[in-house]
Design a protein around this ligand. Structure first.
Ligand code: IFM
Length: 449
């Protein structure tokens, strides 16, 4: 067996998000978020689950940081619940909410773990949704003010900031499909949301640069690798439309200062309203790009395939099955994704900010989970990441999704992505076999082929 080692100083971590782990949804002055509202509405979430308690990280944070230390994590990626620090989304700040993130960052630093904070992981304050949410252009200013508050508070200690997590999900699952909060199904609002998320990103980067805070700033995109089903012109064009709507809509403005022209011709009246100067604001240099990679899609033309006239199937590499969320498993798609960024977007500094899978974990009598399926998944993706490094991709770090089992959005508590098992009834944490395996990967700075 060969040990594939990563460059010196490679950052090994694990990721979570506020709504998925914190609980304490209405404690210590926290305001309601769109995910609180959505999960409290009947039949939105599988089994009627909510994030009201989930991992109860809000109360167990010190214990969780110790767990990270025991796993040898070099970095931890978390998100800030906007409505915890600004209950109304803007205006008066909630000192107790700010204090929670202060303590989290201090605990991380004391444990020798680099904090990586995401400002927006989908939980818009409900008060801002009531004022039109992301489709309202003012949202970019609300976000910039919120960003300033957090930079002022934590900017002396947080080394890495991401403005948004997966703006594709916010725009399209939240505003075109309605699967996710706020549950809107309207392509015009979805494309307008995408533009305003990018504008908000640009304004936050501007605030960050003007404030000369320490650390780096970037954005996190979910890049689902698309492959045409056949070499037919119709399938290839469908694949290009899919690429444009998942990748191009975000990567092109961020790195090239323009939107994909063909896509905007295709969607016609659904194209967003763009003001003079917007594209320059969006196209500011960032310090890193976060890549969340989970899946590859085979794309084909479908005459009844909705606005984009396409249909998707999950691709699995030979001998790989599906995850517990039924997603295909295709490690070469990660390599292809990273190479595309190198070749077409100027080889930015990249962190894989999420990668992982849900497994139908079976605990033994002590709650221990021998999750070899997850280990195989992670190992294969790390080998693909290693290949990317060999090919010259500027890959600087890798975060497993997720540190611990948590609230998996529309699937509620039914899908487990964690390195650490959480018994939701008691809150007990039990590291799985994958956690012990990952500790070894970190210690060796590499993975066995
Ligand atoms: O749980 C999510 C996370 O919030 C964002 N990226 C994908 C994960 C798995 O679905």
């Amino acid at each position: 067996m060969t040990l594939r080692q990563f460059p010196k100083d490679f950052l090994w971590g694990a990721a979570t998000a506020a709504y998925q782990i914190e609980g304490a949804w209405n404690e210590d002055g926290k305001g309601e978020s769109i995910w609180d509202r959505f999960s409290h509405s009947p039949y939105r979430i599988l089994n009627g689950d909510t994030g009201d308690v989930t991992c109860d990280h809000y109360h167990r944070m010190p214990e969780d940081v110790l767990l990270m230390k025991e796993l040898g994590l070099k970095t931890y990626r978390f998100s800030i619940a906007w409505s915890r620090v600004l209950p109304e989304g803007r205006g008066a700040a909630n000192e107790k909410g700010l204090d929670f993130y202060d303590r989290l960052v201090d605990n991380l630093l004391a444990a020798g773990i680099v904090p990586n904070a995401t400002l927006y992981h989908w939980d818009l304050p409900q008060a801002l949704q009531d004022q039109g949410g992301w489709p309202n252009r003012d949202s970019s200013d609300w976000f910039a003010d919120y960003a300033r508050l957090m930079f002022d508070r934590l900017g002396d200690r947080v080394a890495m900031w991401a403005t948004h997590n997966e703006p594709w999900v916010v725009s399209f699952l939240g505003h075109a499909e309605g699967d996710f909060a706020p549950g809107i199904a309207d392509y015009s609002q979805a494309f307008q949301t995408a533009h305003h998320l990018l504008l908000a990103h640009g304004k936050a980067v501007q605030v960050f640069r003007a404030g000369s805070y320490q650390g780096n700033i970037g954005i996190v995109l979910d890049l689902q690798h698309p492959q045409p089903a056949t070499s037919s012109e119709a399938d290839q064009a469908a694949c290009q439309r899919r690429y444009d709507v998942t990748h191009g809509v975000f990567l092109d403005p961020l790195f090239k200062g323009r939107y994909p022209e063909m896509l905007f011709e295709w969607i016609g009246p659904h194209a967003p309203k763009i003001h003079d100067g917007d594209m320059a604001l969006i196209n500011q240099p960032i310090d890193f790009l976060g890549v969340n990679y989970y899946m590859t899609f085979v794309v084909r033309f479908a005459c009844r395939g909705g606005l984009l006239k396409l249909a998707l199937d999950y691709a699995s590499a030979p001998n790989w099955g599906r995850t517990a969320t039924e997603w295909g498993i295709n490690p070469p798609g990660l390599l292809a994704t990273l190479l595309n960024l190198k070749e077409n977007y100027g080889n930015p500094n990249i962190y894989i900010t999420e990668n992982g899978c849900a497994v139908a974990d079976v605990p033994d009598a002590n709650g221990f989970v021998a999750d070899t399926g997850r280990i195989n998944y992670l190992r294969a993706h790390l080998l693909a990441a290693h290949e990317a490094v060999q090919a010259g991709v500027n890959l600087k770090g890798y975060y497993v999704w997720s540190l611990m089992d948590n609230f998996e959005w529309a699937h509620g508590l039914s899908k487990r992505f964690g390195l650490v098992r959480v018994e939701f009834e008691t809150g007990q944490r039990i590291p799985k076999q994958s956690a012990l395996w990952y500790r070894n990967v970190i210690a060796q700075n590499g993975v066995q082929e």
